[in-house]
Design a protein around this ligand. Structure first.
Ligand code: ATP
Length: 136
């Protein structure tokens, strides 16, 4: 039996989280999943969205994760994401500007707009705004 559950959130730029936690809820590509210690080992891809965890003191923490992969082991959850920020590090103004840019691109009906890319940028911006604004 594992004594502890560790959470590691890593991006190509930096380690965003590395700490002991009580539980994790992550945006799996097959649906949101929750992990407590001693969970069965599994690997899944992630959607962009909110990652929530309860830290060792019982405080609920939120991050934005931009897709990637999660490896769940009985004593450790490792999230490898293209980008990730803790709620307190999300720059609301930047996300609102990114949202406006994406909306403008999507409103432009000319063929040169990469719709898939603009939609993905819009989704990232909306998740960041929602995490920053509405979650406690
Ligand atoms: P933008 O168009 O504003 O760059 P983006 O969605 O294209 O947004 P990403 O490619 O997901 O940005 O991330 C690039 C880097 O910028 C990452 O390190 C990410 O953590 C950081 N980042 C992006 N948006 C924000 C934000 N609103 N607040 C804080 N950090 C951000």
């Amino acid at each position: 039996m594992a004594e502890k559950l560790m959470l590691e959130v890593v991006t190509p730029q930096k380690a965003v989280v590395s700490e002991e936690v009580q539980s994790v809820v992550a945006p799996g590509s097959e649906g949101e999943f929750g992990v407590l210690k001693n969970h069965t080992t599994f690997l899944t891809s992630l959607n962009a969205g909110a990652l929530k965890y309860i830290d060792s003191k019982g405080a609920t923490r939120y991050l934005f994760v931009n897709g990637g992969f999660a490896e769940v082991l009985p004593d450790k959850v490792t999230i490898l994401a293209e980008s990730a920020e803790r709620r307190r590090d999300i720059d609301l103004d930047r996300a609102e500007k990114a949202k406006q840019r994406a909306e403008k691109r999507l409103a432009d009906k000319s063929a040169k707009v990469d719709i898939i890319r603009a939609e993905a940028a819009l989704r990232r911006a909306i998740y960041r705004i929602n995490i920053k604004k509405s979650l406690k």
